[in-house]
Design a protein around this ligand. Structure first.
Ligand SMILES: [Zn+2]
Length: 160
């Protein structure tokens, strides 16, 4: 049985859809593998892609994020994250019926896209930008969880 299903979302989302859990997903559990055709920033821009449709996987490398992964919406207080092997994992227990989210900034270091956010979290940053603009404490949390892409992680000192 699939761990999630697609439903209309309350988040600001280009596709008005999101992924919701169909069972409890426990902290550390794998949810889905992020897949898509690889392309460059220039190609992404030329295609008129938005940040919500592409996933940055290298300094100049992107994937044309496919479903279902592309349907995972951003939250400033997410319950999932993307590991360096591009696996979406739960970073806390996610109860049945909750929408699955990750923080888009954990894959962004490009000085190009930003995205408006109204996720409703107390810690909402209002605009999703590159990882370097994320508050330090949150950067450290994400780095320790191992859910920051390697091309960004290498710019930060890991405390272990
Ligand atoms: Zn937010």
């Amino acid at each position: 049985m699939a761990k999630f299903f697609v439903k209309e979302t309350n988040y600001l989302s280009q596709r008005n859809k999101g992924l919701f859990t169909s069972q409890t997903i426990y902290q550390g559990e794998e949810i889905l593998k992020c897949t898509g055709k690889e392309f460059s920033l220039e190609e992404a821009i030329a295609k008129g892609e938005l940040e919500s449709n592409v996933l940055q996987v290298a300094e100049k490398g992107y994937i044309d994020f496919e479903e279902p992964g592309v349907l995972v919406n951003h939250s400033c207080n997410p319950n999932a994250g993307i590991t360096k092997s591009l696996m979406l994992i739960a970073i806390r227990d996610i109860s049945t019926g909750e929408e699955i989210t990750f923080d888009y900034s954990t894959t962004m270091d490009e000085d190009y896209w930003t995205m408006k956010c109204s996720c409703g979290e107390k810690t909402c940053r209002k605009r999703v930008k590159d990882f370097k603009y994320v508050p330090k404490e949150l950067q450290e949390k994400y780095l320790q969880l191992g859910i920051v892409q390697a091309f960004i992680e290498k710019k930060y000192k890991i405390p272990f």
